[in-house]
Design a protein around this ligand. Structure first.
Ligand code: PLP
Length: 454
């Protein structure tokens, strides 16, 4: 076991280590931890999540087994938490301020993940050449996906409704297009890192795992605790090393950034120019297959899908609205659209895991705010109803985010009645059986045994 002496390099007692911490943070960390529990309602795991270190690392610091946290962002956040506690003690802040203050601490100090310089593309100024080149790269693995009308679906929507079936991509979701272009451009730039690492709730990770394997690069994916077991298995199935860390996506992302630095891996962000340009290939396929669309509905997580649709619409000079759809329990992009600037939501606790974004990407917000017609919010119940409808009307399985665009079309009370030729992007079909059963009202006791997970 590591001793305190080996950490400090000199022979000191735990008491002396605590004294060192006093000089770093203004209070011994274990006293501070007790105060954070009492005033902020954060247990040690919660504190570790906010400052962006692993729970064992925080436990080591608290117990004096480690004298400092090497990561300057985590240290700064700990200092900010200490200041927040002081403000609460002094009556300069109230308990009601805590959720927003915690969010502000995270957002204001969010480290910019390292990634390669954008090589080919600028989603703000997509060119014909970039799109053509992206299609050439993506086409090696992804055949154009169908865009189809389904009579039973149209009976429910009341308008001509084209479903763009991105669930037919390898990996079962549109994300793989972005991963393929990202890896291709990376290798084309002559850069071959020791491996790739990313954080994900699932489809982005499957995309990086698939594209990394195609490019001969080892891939590590960090997922938050409680992530979809099926998506975890799928990522491992494509050969990725899976690491479970953090209570939500944001915490997993910060852990991935730490591992990238420690192990010399290239961090693949969830929003990057080449990812958007890769995804743009489906929007180009859609408009080629279905000219004259009035509206395209797209689910919004971190924004690569909607930005890709906006970029293609503008490149082709089309008069077609692009409408973003978010889960009302993960409203960051709706709030940002209304405010005209990036706004994080206090939580992103939604069953629509593909769009469970709390902290929006500022570049994506700029593009969405400049080009989208509106952002529609969808309740959990509406999201589930759309999954069931998608299944009944098309017999294509959708994960919750996969039918969110359909839910958005059904919920959109601001669609111009003259806009009757619309498309919804079926973004992914990677649905756990339990999630599908719950959406269909076939939970435990309803007569459907979804079987035990081995
Ligand atoms: C199925 C599905 N739909 C929609 C999204 C949201 O995409 P974006 O993050 O590009 O906005 C995701 C994100 O992973 C997804 O997996």
């Amino acid at each position: 076991m590591r001793t305190s002496a080996s950490v400090a390099g000199v022979s000191t007692s735990p008491e002396e280590h605590r004294a060192t911490q006093t000089s770093l943070y203004g209070a011994p960390v274990d006293a501070l931890a007790a105060e954070m529990r009492a005033l902020l309602g954060l247990d040690d795991r919660g504190v570790a999540g906010v400052i962006g270190v692993s729970a064992p690392m925080f436990a080591d610091v608290r117990a004096g087994r480690r004298s400092r946290i090497g990561n300057p962002v985590a240290t700064l956040r700990l200092q900010m938490l200490r200041d927040l506690c002081r403000h609460l003690r002094e009556g300069r802040a109230s308990a009601d301020d805590v959720p927003l203050a915690l969010e502000q601490i995270r957002v204001a100090t969010a480290p910019a993940p390292a990634g390669p310089e954008p090589v080919t593309s600028d989603p703000f100024a997509l060119t014909d050449d970039q799109l053509r080149e992206a299609a050439r790269v993506v086409r090696r693995h992804v055949a154009p996906t169908p865009a189809r009308r389904w009579p039973l679906l149209e009976a429910a929507t009341g308008v001509e409704t084209w479903v763009k079936h991105e669930n037919h991509c390898p990996t079962g979701a549109f994300k793989v297009r972005g991963g393929l272009l990202f890896v291709d451009r990376l290798l084309a730039s002559g850069h071959r890192p020791a491996g790739l690492i990313t954080a994900t709730r699932g489809n982005h990770g499957q995309s990086v795992a698939y594209a990394g394997a195609a490019g001969g690069l080892p891939v590590t994916v960090v997922v938050p605790e409680g992530n979809s077991p099926d998506k975890n298995e799928a990522m491992a199935g494509y050969g990725a090393r899976l690491v479970v860390a953090g209570h939500d996506f944001q915490a997993a992302r910060e852990h991935a950034a730490e591992l990238a630095e420690r192990d010399g891996l290239l961090f693949v962000p969830s929003f990057a120019p080449d990812l958007v340009t890769g995804v743009a290939t489906y929007a180009a396929e859609l408009h080629a297959a279905v000219p004259g669309l009035d509206v395209v509905y797209v689910p919004v997580g971190l924004g690569s899908g909607i930005c890709a649709n906006l970029a293609v619409r503008d490149l082709l000079g089309l008069d077609c609205e692009v409408v973003g759809v978010v889960a009302e329990r993960a409203p960051a992009y709706a709030l940002s659209f209304e405010a005209g600037e990036p706004v994080a939501s206090a939580a992103a606790d939604t069953l629509v895991d593909g769009v469970a974004c709390r902290v929006p990407d500022p570049e994506a917000v700029r593009l969405v705010n400049a080009g989208a017609a509106r952002i529609v919010r969808v309740s959990e119940e509406q999201a589930q109803a759309a999954m069931t409808l998608m299944y009944r009307a098309t017999h294509n399985l959708a994960e919750p985010a996969g039918s969110l665009a359909l839910a958005g079309l059904l919920a959109d009370d601001r669609r111009d009645p003259a806009h009757t030729r619309v498309a919804v992007v079926h973004t992914g079909g990677n649905c756990d059986l339990e999630v599908l059963a719950a959406a269909a009202g076939l939970g435990p006791g309803a007569g459907l045994d979804v079987g035990a997970r081995s």
